[in-house]
Write a protein that binds this ligand. Structure first.
Ligand code: NAD
Length: 317
């Protein structure tokens, strides 16, 4: 069995490394806080004195560090992973970090005959402890395939995202969407409560409506945006514009600031003025694509199959 190194034994790394150990891999560990290694040492892991030593002793070295600054220092700094890594060995960064950084560092590992994957995770501290984690992986496909069983020792939803940096890009997109959606939820719930509906009823409405049925949202995006086809509409932009307008009116009536909702309304108005009122409400994607200078297309995805994936994976994040 490969020897596995693990650097960064915090909230996430602590749980993930213990699950790797539980799967039977011999381990070498390191953290600035020596006490963080205690549970692993009790399970038979070896304590290293530096990231370079971890890499020297390991076939696969994981890092789970706070952010880009620490990743860069641990990977390429004095006594870092790059210094110790052997030809053929693999470094996997599990941190949520800057995609450009891993793309810059990877060639230096390649020069030494070593491989790099970026594999940020989603699921929180409890998911790390219970092996309930999504792992989104960027790097060479055959290296991913080779260590997939090891990744599955701590993640139950492991998937390949693309070339180096793709895992980090996916993770940032995931968290950014989550944060934006939470802000929209905050605006909606403060509006609803101030306008006289209790929080529990509002939440029930969100859960039971089409918004709460993720497969409806998902199927809609696959059917329209991924194909670049916004007609016939299943929910017309003119109706969406009317609804968000009524909601922002209500916010004015009750003095509830709703920056995201008002911005969404302005974008819908612009789309209406393009003459798109009868198209599907997701046609506002076209304005964002125009401003971003890129298209979001994946016509090969089957909407029915995609929706089934979500219904059969209720815990997918
Ligand atoms: P944490 O602060 O609990 O753990 C980081 C660990 O790295 C600490 O034990 C720290 O001592 C160690 N460390 C820092 N600098 C080091 C260095 N130079 N050398 C060796 N060890 C060093 O953070 P966390 O919550 O475990 O998060 C780790 C990564 O996972 C972050 O990038 C975070 O964004 C990401 N993440 C966190 C969560 C979460 O819910 N906590 C969820 C998903 C992803």
């Amino acid at each position: 069995m490969e020897t596995v190194g693990f650097i960064g034994l915090g909230n996430m790394g602590g749980g993930m490394s213990l699950n790797i150990q539980k799967a039977g891999y011999p381990m070498v560990v390191y953290d600035l806080r020596e006490e963080a290694a205690k549970p692993l040492l009790e399970g038979g892991a070896r304590l290293a004195g530096s990231p370079a030593e971890v890499a020297r002793l390991s076939d696969v070295t994981f890092t789970s560090l706070p952010g880009p600054k620490e990743v860069e220092a641990v990977a390429t700094g004095l006594e870092g992973v790059l210094e110790g890594i052997r030809p053929g060995a693999i470094w996997v960064d599990l941190s949520t970090s800057r995609p450009t950084l891993i793309r810059e560092i990877e060639p230096r590992f390649r020069e030494k005959g070593a491989h790099v994957l970026d594999a940020p995770v989603s699921g929180g501290k409890s998911g790390a402890a219970s092996r309930n984690l999504a792992v989104m992986v960027g790097g060479e496909r055959d290296i991913f395939d080779r260590i997939k069983p090891l990744l599955e020792a701590f993640g139950d939803k492991v998937f390949y995202a693309g070339s180096i940096g793709a895992g980090s890009v996916s993770k940032l997109v995931h968290n950014m969407i989550g944060h934006g959606v939470r802000q929209a939820i905050a605006e909606g719930l403060t509006l609803g409560v101030k306008a006289g509906v209790d929080a529990e009823s509002l939440w029930e409405c969100v859960r039971r409506g089409s918004l709460g049925r993720m497969n409806v949202l998902h199927e809609g995006i696959v059917r329209t945006v991924f194909r670049g086809e916004f007609e016939p509409a299943s929910f017309a932009l003119s109706l969406a514009r009317k609804d968000v307008g009524l909601a922002t009116d209500l916010g004015r009536e009750f003095n509830v600031p709703m920056p995201v909702a008002n911005l969404a309304e302005q974008i819908a108005i612009e789309a209406m003025n393009r003459g798109w009122g009868d198209r599907d409400s997701s046609v506002t994607f076209l304005l964002q694509e125009e401003q971003a200078g890129v298209e979001v297309r994946a016509p090969q995805v089957d909407p029915a199959q995609a929706a089934r994936f979500i219904t059969t994976h209720p815990d997918a994040e």
